[in-house]
Design a protein around this ligand. Structure first.
Ligand SMILES: Cc1cc2nc3c(=O)[nH]c(=O)nc-3n(C[C@H](O)[C@H](O)[C@H](O)COP(=O)(O)OP(=O)(O)OC[C@H]3O[C@@H](n4cnc5c(N)ncnc54)[C@H](O)[C@@H]3O)c2cc1C
Length: 386
């Protein structure tokens, strides 16, 4: 069987997960280009939470969530630390009846898959799990004990190592400067080291950069940037002294980062028409730390005052700004485009760590066998053309 040549642009979670899944096929010939280092873009600034359930991805995509979680657990089992797992458990707060309903379904799915999960209405028990929160105005909380957060950069590097072991090439510090389009077909790329590469497929895995790379292929990739502003708090008393779980409210979430607490506005609460929340910017201009707006820290302190008063007296240790790549319906953009051979694996928004393994599994199948899947149909580029 002839080889299928695939060029991947971008070495974040999207590009490396896809490269790994493609490398499982004997007849794939893969080259991944990353203009900097593996896992150094949005992936490096991620919270990396992969909870058995929360409100960030609808229960309809349960398989996506479970496949992501179990892929990373397997990675950790093969080599401890290779996915950077911190098993803190997750506490999802029921602030209304509709949230409560989603939580109950999530807990049922968690248990059916063989993991620990409970919907708790005993407020003393909720306080025991997380002493800092106010339980007065909540209905209950979903608690899963087997999950937590991972390290996206570690995972990307592990995937990159695995794909190389399977025969793929990974070129870091190599920028794609041109996508070669002949007629209406992408036939290869040119890179910053002055070389040209011919491919059957070029896959754009550049996340927030896809507006720029899309233009190289003559395509307008409909991606907005939402500001992901993360703040690191040092809670009063310095040491947490207990396992701070991933904490999810509809408007924000928090998790531990050593003895500090990482806190961020949730991506689904971002409004694409509000210029404070979203726009189309240049990710190369992002500073490595800082660059955050007062708007977000004020918003988060307001939320904490109402929900987690025990964190309000915290000191602000550091912060960073990053851009999530979001299509207008907050779901990824996967698969074929109107330019033949130019494929997208972008728009993962606030869920890329959760979604990349299952999306890459299906996309690799499409590229290598021509077979689509229900997930690819749901997340196809064409849905946004209507
Ligand atoms: C603060 C924050 C918290 C988050 N929390 C979570 C979470 O809890 N759970 C979760 O699942 N997700 C979370 N996310 C979302 C997740 O991190 C992203 O969806 C994911 O990392 C996107 O990965 P990517 O590979 O698409 O993009 P990136 O990681 O940005 O990778 C794109 C890569 O392309 C490279 N590139 C760009 N242009 C070129 C070119 N021309 N040539 C070569 N290389 C190029 C860049 O250098 C970059 O490395 C969070 C994100 C942020 C910012």
């Amino acid at each position: 069987m002839g080889k299928i040549r695939v060029g991947i642009i971008g070495g974040g979670i999207s590009g490396t997960a896809l490269g790994y899944h493609l490398s499982l096929y004997d007849n794939a010939e893969i080259v991944l280009f990353e203009k900097n280092a593996i896992g150094c873009g949005t992936t490096a600034k991620s919270a990396g939470t992969v909870c058995l359930f929360d409100d960030s991805l609808r229960n309809r995509y349960w398989d996506v969530r479970l496949y992501g979680f179990e892929s990373y657990l397997k990675m950790e089992r093969e080599e401890k630390g290779s996915a950077g797992f911190d098993k803190t458990g997750t506490l999802v707060i029921a602030t209304s009846e509709s949230v409560e309903k989603t939580i109950r379904t999530g807990i049922a799915l968690t248990r059916a898959a063989g993991y620990e999960g409970a919907y708790i209405t005993d407020k003393a028990r909720i306080k025991e799990i997380l002493p800092l929160i106010d339980v007065e105005n909540i209905l209950g909380a979903g608690y899963t004990q087997d999950d937590g957060y991972f390290d996206g950069t570690m995972i990307s590097n592990t995937y990159a190592r695995k794909m190389q072991k399977n025969g793929a090439a990974v070129r870091t510090m190599t920028q794609v400067v041109e996508i070669v389009v002949t007629g209406n077909k992408a036939t290869g790329v040119k890179t910053s080291d002055g070389t040209s590469h011919a491919f059957d497929y070029v896959v754009d895995c550049t996340g927030p950069w896809s507006g720029f790379t899309g233009k190289m292929a003559g395509l307008d990739v409909p991606i907005w940037h939402t500001k992901a502003e993360a703040f690191f708090l040092s809670p009063p008393g310095k040491k947490l002294g207990y396992v701070f779980p991933v904490l999810k409210y509809p408007a924000f979430y928090a998790l531990r980062a050593g003895d500090n607490v990482f806190i961020c506005k949730s991506h689904l609460s971002m409004d694409l028409s509000n210029p404070m929340h979203a726009g189309q910017w240049d990710p190369d201009k992002l500073p490595s730390t800082g660059g955050t707006d007062d708007y977000f820290i004020e918003f988060l302190f307001e939320q904490m005052k109402a929900s987690v008063p025990g964190l309000v007296e915290s000191g602000l240790v550091s912060s960073w700004l990053s851009y999530r790549a979001e299509p207008k319906d907050f779901l990824p953009l996967l698969g074929k485009t109107s330019v033949e051979g130019y494929i997208l694996a972008t728009g993962y928004g606030g869920n890329g760590i959760i979604e990349a393994p299952a999306a890459s599994r299906d996309l690799a199948k499409l590229i290598m066998t021509g077979e689509s899947t229900p997930l690819l149909e749901d997340w196809a580029f064409e849905r946004l053309l209507n």
